[in-house]
Design a protein around this ligand. Structure first.
Ligand code: ADP
Length: 260
């Protein structure tokens, strides 16, 4: 990971944090959080960076489960919350602060004040990179986060399916509007390989994200297969990058991390 000169010039918006990147998707359920988690762990383990992971998916925080973190953060002398660490990544999530089944029914201004608390109200320490798991979509919250955090770049996750790609384009255009560089597109759930017979099935279509990336002049960062182990390791809070570091899918995530 190289620090983008534009960032150095602007200065990161959180003291001690060199770069802040968003992992975004136009649509929910395409694997944005799974990608954010595995990317963060790959950046920490394979790229040996100091990494933070912020769960900004206020209405559907998944980081506590995916990173197997369930305790409440403590506060330091300055009343800043201390991030909770697992797999070499310092994490913060609204999920640490509210009950697991509590509905989060906040309106826009409350969402932004929560984000403010989860970013500048946290003792992140020195970080090479803070990965932000964005809320899905292109609404007010996404725009405010992009602007207030002075993102160094955004990575877009999509499945190859048209309906997801349409929303991915919308997401890319939103970042362009606020002058956030797009780091590239990751195609998730690209292909399913039958564990019994080895047949490959392109359940959500083939090559769609790569075509969209080309059409929109964005880098294509790679494909992640649709795989039972990715889902189960994620549910267990032990991301595939650590659960099975030599698997093809862990290598695919690491390759994305190296390109970011
Ligand atoms: P989003 O953040 O976009 O809503 P998630 O990362 O929460 O999406 O993923 C949605 C569901 O799909 C989760 O159950 C997750 O475990 C599963 N999933 C994501 N990516 C993959 C993949 N490549 N293979 C198998 N399951 C996946």
């Amino acid at each position: 990971v190289r620090h983008r000169s534009s960032v150095a010039a602007k200065g990161a918006s959180i003291v001690g944090v060199k770069d802040i990147i968003a992992v975004a998707s136009g649509k929910g359920g395409v694997g944005k959080s799974t990608t954010a988690v595995n990317l963060s762990v790959a950046l920490a383990k394979a790229c040996q960076m100091k990494v933070g992971l912020l769960d900004a998916d206020i209405y559907g925080p998944s980081i506590p489960t995916m990173m197997n973190l369930h305790e409440k953060p403590e506060v330091d002398r300055d009343m800043k919350m201390i991030p909770i660490e697992n797999h070499g990544v310092r994490c913060m999530s609204i999920g640490f602060l509210v009950g697991k089944d509590a509905p989060i029914v906040w309106r826009g201004p409350m969402v932004m004040s929560a984000i403010e608390k989860l970013t500048r109200g946290v003792a992140w320490g020195d970080l090479d990179i803070l990965v932000v798991d964005m809320p899905p979509g292109t609404g007010d919250a996404q725009l405010s986060i992009s602007q207030r955090l002075q993102l160094s770049g955004a990575l877009i996750v999509s499945t190859p399916q048209d309906i997801a790609l349409i929303d991915a384009r919308r997401g890319a255009n939103m970042f362009r509007k606020v002058q956030v560089p797009i780091l590239g597109v990751v195609e998730n759930m690209s292909c399913f390989e039958c564990p019994n017979c080895g047949t490959k099935s392109y359940i959500f279509g083939q090559g769609g994200a790569q075509r969209t990336a080309e059409e929109m002049d964005m880098k294509f960062l790679g494909e992640i297969p649709l795989e039972l182990d990715i889902r189960s390791s994620s549910d267990e809070g032990n991301p595939i990058v650590v659960a099975s570091p030599h698997s093809a899918s862990a290598k695919a995530y690491t390759s994305v991390a190296e390109k970011v």
